[in-house]
Write a protein that binds this ligand. Sequence first.
Ligand SMILES: [Zn+2]
Length: 267
Amino acid sequence: MARAKKKNLAKKRSSPAGRIAREQQSVAPEPNRLLKVWRRVLERRLRTRLRAPVAVEVHDNTHTMLTFQRHRALWRLRLHHMFLAAPDEVIHALADYVRTGDAQASVLLDKFIERNKAYIRRVSPAQMRKRLRMEPVGQHHDLGRIFERLNERYFRGRIDAAITFGPAPRVTRPRKSIKMGSYSADSRVIRIHPALDQPVVPRYFVEWIVFHEMLHHVYRTRRGEDGRRCIHPPEFLEHEKRFHDYSRAQAWEMENLDLLLRARVSA
Ligand SMILES: [Zn+2]
């Protein structure tokens, strides 16, 4: 098959049409440059609408199409490439959504994403996981074992996800907040903050955090009645209470959050 393709190409090159194609190729912009130009255009369009500086990063994610953060006056947006050539109404919705979490804008964005889903790459969670460094066994807590036990006990072994300690954070000074766990629907990977891998952190507390992230696998983010995204819908929170050490874990967190915030984690 590959050989046949090559042959065709060689034939074409000797013809005048082939020469024209080759000349055109030599002036065609590189894909990266083209992307840069489109990204700048998108930044400019958003800047006009948001009346603030905007920095856009374009990605090829398979689940999370858009995230944003504000750093003082600057809006930082991470967007799927489908937004590069989005029509004005979508750009306006994007700006409204980022600025005020506008429910109508959110619905419009969802529709746009749905219409463009053909551009979303299909990657299996297993393929995504191959690129991650999985470290489920800590010095004090074995996340793999915790996960397996919870899976058997609460989910009949049906949770098809992987688990690992997250990488050591780059900032080592005391934190103001800590994200103890996360779940990525893209890779189906649960990440647990390495600060939890300390002898003073009781096993039931780590279990509780893992249990919470497992529930994210069961209850996907959905839209509430007010149109806003609901990460922890009521049924999620109800289910969470079934954890055997629920109140004990909550009490431990109240007492010891400071300890977790100050934990020094080395890579
Ligand atoms: Zn959560």
